[in-house]
Design a protein around this ligand. Structure first.
Ligand code: NAP
Length: 462
């Protein structure tokens, strides 16, 4: 009877997780998606606690307390700009849990002489993917948090060394499956996998970390599938498969949106050199024209169609509330305001959606790249707030540019462009931007938050 209840609860949890993934696909329903996922997880945990194999509660309660004390501040107080490293840290913890369960089950089987080849295979995969994900995620966290140098660390023969270590770890796993019960071999496999995790992330630039984090997410999913087989737990198999596949699809989608192959991201190139030869890239040659908040506000106040183009700089300066306020002020004066969303603006997928939604910008004003690109020609003024690569016309016009082929927001088609940034710094790719020296572009230099607030005050009195 209890077994049936547990299985039915797992079925319900699986349906909730699938509904959550679906709901997360759109900003309108994303919050509900998170609630589905959290509720699904609560159902799965509650059902697991009914399992007769649980003989002692005190460690579970202790774990629950530690998890709540650590998880609550991680969820509530981390800044949106620090979200990629927070996610990397969560993956490290998840994978550590899977690895420890794997090692514990292996030790249990060893002591009781019950290890079979099938069980060793499941536990081996679990510990292999788990250890690799723990160290890889910690490296990603270190790079994103700037505890470790964000630049790619390269040395001769790096890829061959990594390949050699992977082959050795796989050989140890096969040996253990063929003749289970050699803890030294099993332990070496775990250590080798952990080393691969470190070496795999070393050559990847800090700004490419979100792709790596989502790939590691899929490895953590595979570790969970293996745990599910080892513990004979269906919900772990289902959740692990969903996690593994969605992480993989997300990594591919991010690489595609940056117009880079998966291999190019993983084996380092872009981001390896912080600056790019401006001549080869057809670097911007004209002069930037600076404007004042007063002049720029006057144009915004009398514009009929305005498109806001947020980018990484908006996230850095936490200017989401100021951009919304400026948009509302322009609307009060009769202008129409929309927000152009590039899929890889910022440093994580959906970064701009999340920030603008947090500030209360209505979802129907957030327009995806394909749709808004048709509207730029009718736009009186586009306001680029801390965006650079995602509006760089070189991606369409200059075959020598490292970002050539990357889909961009066609801001240069608008009648006028106002760019808010601190100085003449390049974006993530290190490529100069012709848009900034276009005769129809004016530059308002300064921190995005301060500039937007100043523009707002000026629009009020314009
Ligand atoms: P970007 O190309 O990185 O440019 C950001 C610009 O913001 C910079 O030029 C910088 O210029 C300005 N800025 C920084 N801090 C600012 C502040 N406080 N106030 C005002 N401006 C500020 O950003 P993007 O156009 O959003 O493009 C994102 C890039 O990241 C793309 O190349 C994309 O491929 C890459 N990427 C994205 C993801 C993702 O999932 N979203 C993942 C990995 C990589 P100043 O220094 O002069 O101010």
């Amino acid at each position: 009877m209890t077994h049936t209840i547990i299985q039915l609860a797992y079925l319900g949890a699986a349906l909730l997780f699938i509904s959550a993934l679906r709901a997360l696909g759109h900003p309108d329903t994303a919050r509900r998606g998170m609630q589905f996922a959290a509720f699904g997880m609560a159902v799965a945990v509650a059902a697991t606690l009914l399992d007769a194999r649980i003989v002692s509660w005190q460690w579970i309660v202790a774990g629950l307390i530690v998890g709540t004390v650590a998880g609550y501040p991680l969820g509530m107080h981390i800044k949106m700009t620090a979200m990629p490293q927070r996610i990397a840290l969560s993956h490290a913890f998840g994978a550590l849990a899977a690895s420890l369960v794997g090692i514990g089950e292996y030790a249990h089987g060893l002591v009781h002489g019950t290890l079979t080849s099938f069980q060793t295979a499941s536990l081996g995969f679990e510990v292999l993917f788990g250890s690799l994900t723990v160290t890889g995620s910690l490296m990603a966290f270190g790079k994103l948090q700037e505890i470790l140098p964000g630049r790619p660390l390269l040395f001769r023969g790096q890829n061959w060394l990594n390949l050699g270590l992977i082959v050795l770890a796989a050989a140890a796993l096969v040996a253990e499956i063929v003749t289970p019960g050699h803890p030294l071999v099993f332990g070496s496999m775990a250590v080798l996998a952990a080393l691969v995790g470190v070496l795999f992330v070393l050559p990847i630039g800090g700004a490419d970390m979100p792709v790596v984090v989502s790939l590691l997410n899929s490895y953590a999913g595979l570790a969970a599938v293996a745990t599910g087989f080892a513990l004979d737990n269906t919900i772990l198999i289902v959740v692990g498969a969903l996690d593994g596949l969605s992480g993989f699809i997300l990594s591919m989608a991010m690489s595609r949106a940056m117009n880079r192959s998966f291999a190019n991201v993983l084996f380092g190139a872009f981001g390896a050199a912080p600056t790019v030869d401006a001549a080869a890239a057809g670097g911007a040659s004209g002069e930037m024209v600076a404007t004042s908040a007063e002049d720029a506000a006057l144009r915004l106040a009398y514009a009929s169609r305005v498109v806001m183009v947020p980018g990484y700089g908006l996230a850095v300066s936490q200017a989401q509330h100021q951009i919304r306020e400026l948009g509302e002020l322009i609307e009060k004066r009769g202008g129409e305001v929309r927000y152009a969303i590039h899929p890889v603006a910022g440093r994580m997928p959906g970064h701009m959606n999340v920030l603008l939604a947090e500030a209360g910008v209505p979802y129907d004003k957030l327009i995806d790249m394909e749709e808004i690109n048709e509207k730029f020609a009718d736009t009186d003024i586009s306001v680029v707030v801390g965006a650079n690569d995602v509006v760089n016309p070189a991606a369409r016009t200059n075959a020598a540019s490292p970002i050539y082929g990357m889909p961009i927001l066609k801001v240069a088609d608008s009648k006028a462009v106002l760019v808010l940034k601190r100085g003449r710094g390049t974006g993530f790719s290190g490529v100069e931007n012709d848009l900034f020296v276009d005769p129809k572009t004016s530059m308002l230099f300064g921190d995005a938050r301060a500039s937007l607030a100043e523009l707002g005050s000026e629009v009020k009195i314009a």
